[in-house]
Design a protein around this ligand. Sequence first.
Ligand code: AMP
Length: 199
Amino acid sequence: MRVVLLGPPGAGKGTQAQVIAGRLGVPAISTGDIFRANVSGQTELGKQAKSYMDAGDLVPDEITVAMVKDRLAETDAKGGFLLDGFPRTIAQGEQLRGSLQELGHHLDCVLELVVDEDELVRRLSGRRMLVDGEWVQRDDDKPETVRHRLEVYREQTAPLSGFYASEGLLAQIDAIGSIEEVTARAMAALERPGQSDDS
Ligand code: AMP
């Protein structure tokens, strides 16, 4: 299956991506994780991406699209994938559609995790990740940057919801609840793309 996980920062995409991809037997591909690994490794790509990430802005499409194209060409992604954090602009969505078409493939479903904004701010400001045995806050989870990332989401990424709905691929699910509850909704939605979750 070829699936895109859509949703604002703090909706739980990273966690759900791992669980759902495991259930589907496909790799979870997170553009944020790839960028962060490149920043830590101080690669050329990491150097290009860092200032945008620190400011809570999107890394320019041409850098991101080329990176995803390379990643999707890897062997493990040939039979399917779950994309977490890509596409994030309509232009990226169009590029993805084009790259898949060239390979004779298409997306099967776009799962959108829906969470209201107050809950997102609460989750993001409390979020910590484990680095070298210590719990640290991501630089882009600081309150000022969080507000900006949510604005960027509203303006540049949220329109993808309509873009995919018009293709009959969108399944929206309520992402408030335990990890298991949200996964169960996601797995049910994957069986009926194009319809929204009313629970
Ligand atoms: P994430 O872990 O998905 O929240 O991504 C962290 C940061 O990486 C974002 O705030 C962006 O700066 C960058 N990023 C991740 N995915 C993309 C994308 N598809 N397009 C542009 N920038 C991205």
